[in-house]
Design a protein around this ligand. Structure first.
Ligand code: GUN
Ligand code: ZN
Length: 445
């Protein structure tokens, strides 16, 4: 290894491919080293392997951080989350449409204040890191300054985010709506400013069909057609009241999905949040267009939206990601999100293996965002974005780990019992950006 590299030592796990959703992971779908080494050069992964093989190959004096007792994984990726909704979490007693009107829209209106937007964007990115999340697909608000604020916060932490300005020109308060042409102009200017700026990427972001006029959706579709490497994100089929409203707003379209299809918003760069109340025809069209679904379990249970049908989506060949959907969701933790996803699957008579859950939160979500060449695994050349998990982080974990003996058990314990306490440290492009304040069992040198 060349001079200038650094290394991190601990148990090391990453996925090379979809492990499937059976008790045993598919052969060759992951690499695990009980005493592993992650070798980093210039913020990128140079190599992974057993520590005993790689340590002798390091040049003398190479710094080795020993995360003894910790499990090193690629940093978590969140495929649907709202930067301006931290303060909306835990809003009592409403379903989607009331929740938007009562809590969410008034809160998002505060982001017209640039100072507030900058402070919240910094708080948001710091909290992502404290929850082990190093990347994601993010909604800002309709205010262009909220997008600048988020990308600036991400950039100063070395993180790569995909994010966009919400387009919404109807059915919301005046202090939040944009204009049809203004939303196009602002989105284009932000796209040109931020897409491909370092690790940042833009996403065309019509909020959902109910808050966009047909003209705005037309312009969103034009942006997508003109910029085929830019992601598109929106909400879809979350709540039965929402779906009814869409059918009234777009009577000429045969389904909610057909609205997005009609305006040219379905393709392999599209991520649709939720997709709960859907049918076989919808699934077939998603598979044909390779549009993706972000499964947001804590949001779906919290708002009483419904239970996403994970198995049927997988069987239909749809690419599914896992997402927090804060602030409809109740935690930025992808561990808590995996736990809720497991419970949603159980309530549908299905399952979610720890292999599949951790795959989704890392390489699977990177694939959803077309970022698997950049992040989501420790294949050489990827950004060294990683999280160190502490499987003994809480009394409950500690107790359970005392009689758990396999990696599958440890992963399952972490996903069911873990939360931000289990995040010992988070690194972005090889730089440790978060380290648990109390230190506890995992110690950095
Ligand atoms: N549908 C439209 N906007 C939103 C939002 O902010 N959160 C959720 N969960 N659903 C939405
Ligand atoms: Zn959302």
């Amino acid at each position: 290894f060349p001079a200038g590299c650094e290394a991190h030592r601990g148990a090391l796990l990453h996925f090379l491919d979809d492990p499937d959703n059976e008790p045993d992971p598919r052969d060759g779908s992951l690499d695990y080293f009980g005493d592993g080494l992650l070798v980093v050069l210039n913020g990128q992964v140079l190599a992974t392997g057993p520590a005993e093989d790689l340590l002798p190959q390091l040049p003398a004096g190479t710094p080795v951080t020993d995360w003894q007792g910790g499990l090193i994984l690629p940093g978590f990726i969140d495929t649907h989350v709202h930067m301006p909704q931290l303060g909306v979490m835990a809003s009592y007693g409403a379903q989607l449409l009331d929740w938007l009107q009562t809590y969410t829209f008034p809160h998002e209106a505060r982001f017209s204040d640039g100072d507030w937007a900058r402070a919240e964007a910094q708080r948001f990115t710091d909290l992502l890191l404290a929850h082990g999340t190093t990347s994601g697909l993010v909604f800002c608000t309709s205010h262009p300054a909220s997008v600048d604020a988020l990308f600036e916060a991400a950039e100063s932490r070395g993180m790569g985010l995909t994010a966009g300005k919400v387009m919404m020109d109807r059915n919301a308060p005046d202090n939040l709506t944009d204009t049809t042409q203004g939303s196009y102009d602002d989105s284009l200017a932000l796209l040109q400013k931020w897409h491909g700026h370092g690790r940042q990427r833009y996403a065309i972001t019509p909020r959902f069909a109910a808050t966009s006029t047909p003209e705005q959706l037309t312009l969103a579709g034009r942006l997508a057609a003109d910029h085929p490497d830019v992601m598109v994100q929106t909400h879809w089929a979350e709540n039965t009241g929402e779906i009814q409203w869409i059918s009234e707003l777009f009577p000429e379209r045969h389904s909610y999905l057909d609205v997005y299809d009609h305006y040219g918003l379905l393709g392999n760069r599209t991520v649709l949040a939720h997709g709960i109340h859907i049918d076989g025809r919808d699934r077939q069209r998603l598979a044909e267009t390779d549009a993706r679904i972000a499964f947001c379990p804590t949001s779906n249970t919290f708002l009483g939206s419904g239970l996403f049908d994970f198995r049927t989506a997988r069987e239909a060949g749809i690419t599914v990601g896992l997402a927090s959907d804060v602030g409809g969701g109740t935690s930025l933790s992808m561990l808590a999100t995996m736990a809720e996803a497991y419970k949603v699957c159980r309530l549908r008579g299905q399952t979610l293996t720890p292999w599949q859950a951790f795959y989704l939160a890392t390489l699977g979500n990177a694939r959803v965002l077309h970022q698997a060449e950049q992040t989501g695994s420790f294949r050489p050349g990827r950004h060294a974005d990683f999280v160190v998990l502490d499987q003994n982080a809480s009394p409950a974990l500690n107790m359970k780990q005392a009689h758990s003996h396999t990696l599958a058990d440890t992963l399952f314990n972490l996903m069911i019992l873990g939360d931000d306490r289990a995040i010992a440290a988070t690194a972005v492009a090889g730089e440790v950006r978060y380290c648990r304040p109390d230190g506890a069992t995992v110690t950095a040198p």
